[in-house]
Write a protein that binds this ligand. Sequence first.
Ligand SMILES: [Zn+2]
Length: 309
Amino acid sequence: MITDAAEILDDFDDRLRAAAFAWLTSRTFNGSGNLTYSEIQSFSFEGQRIPLKDRVKGIWKPASLRSALSITTTYRPPGVVRPYDDLIHESDGLLRYKWNGIERDEATNRALRSAMQLGVPLIWFFGVGKGVFKPVFPVFVVGEEEANRQFILDADPSVNAAVDESAAEQFLRRYLKVETRHRLFQAVFRGTVMRAYEGRCAVCSLQHGQLLDAAHIIPDSDEDGVASVVNGMALCKIHHAAFDFGILGIRPDLVVQIQSGLMHEIDGPMLRHGLQEMHGKRVSVPSAKAERPRADLLERAFERFRQAG
Ligand SMILES: [Zn+2]
C-alpha cells in the first residue's frame, strides 16, 4: 500500500499537536498554572526538541509542520497598549489576531492561513507577565478579514453557525461564545494575578496553587468588575470566601478587617489563626505599582463589607 507524503505529514502534525496539548495540560496542572518562555521551549516530541512558540514573532510554525502551531500575545502592563491589538469584535464576540506586519503573504501569515484551511487546533500563549505565559488551547482560525489585516479566532468551532438553526440554537450558540470568551479571559486573569502575587494569598501568604483563587475585588458580574489585575487579588479559598461573604474586608489602605461579630466568637484554630488573627494585618500586594489593587475598587468593596456588618 502506498501512503502519500501529505498523509504522513498530516499524521505527524496531528500527533504532535495532541502531544503538545497533553504536555501543556500536565505542565500547567490542568490549566491552572503559567509557564515561562524557557519552560515552554523544553517540550520535546519523539526524541526531538520542538519549540512551541517563537521568541520574537507572534505566529509560530515549526519547520516540521505544514501550518502554524501557536500564536502569542505579548504581556501588557495595565494602562499600556499591546503591540498587537488582538481584540474582541462587538459584532460577533469573536477574537481577532493581527497579521504579522502588513504583507498578506508574509511567511507566518501564510502559516496561520494554512492552519485555517486545514482546520487544525492551535495554542494561544497569552502574556501574563514579562516572559510568563498562560497557554490557552485549542483555538481555531475560523476566518480572515483582509481589509483589517487580521484573522478571526474561536475557541470552539463546533458552535459556529449552522444554516438552518432555530432561534433556540442561535441563542445557545451566542451563549456558548460568551462563555468561551469568559473562560478565556478568566484563564488570563488568573494567570496574571497569580504571577503578580507570586502565587501567595495576599492575606495569609499560603503558597499552595490548588488552594488559591484569583479573586475579583468587584465581582465580575458587576459592570466595573473588570478582569484586570488591578481588580484582582490572590486569595486562598478560605479568605476568598470570607471576602466575598463580607466576613473579611480590606480597607483602601490595605489593612484587613474581620467582621466584629466574628471577633468575639470562640471556635477552633481556623477561626482563631485563620480569621481573628488576620484583623489589622496589612495585605501583601505586587511590587509593581501599576499592578496593585485600584483604590476606588477597594473602597467600593469595603463599603459593601461595612454594610454587611
Ligand atoms: Zn489566605
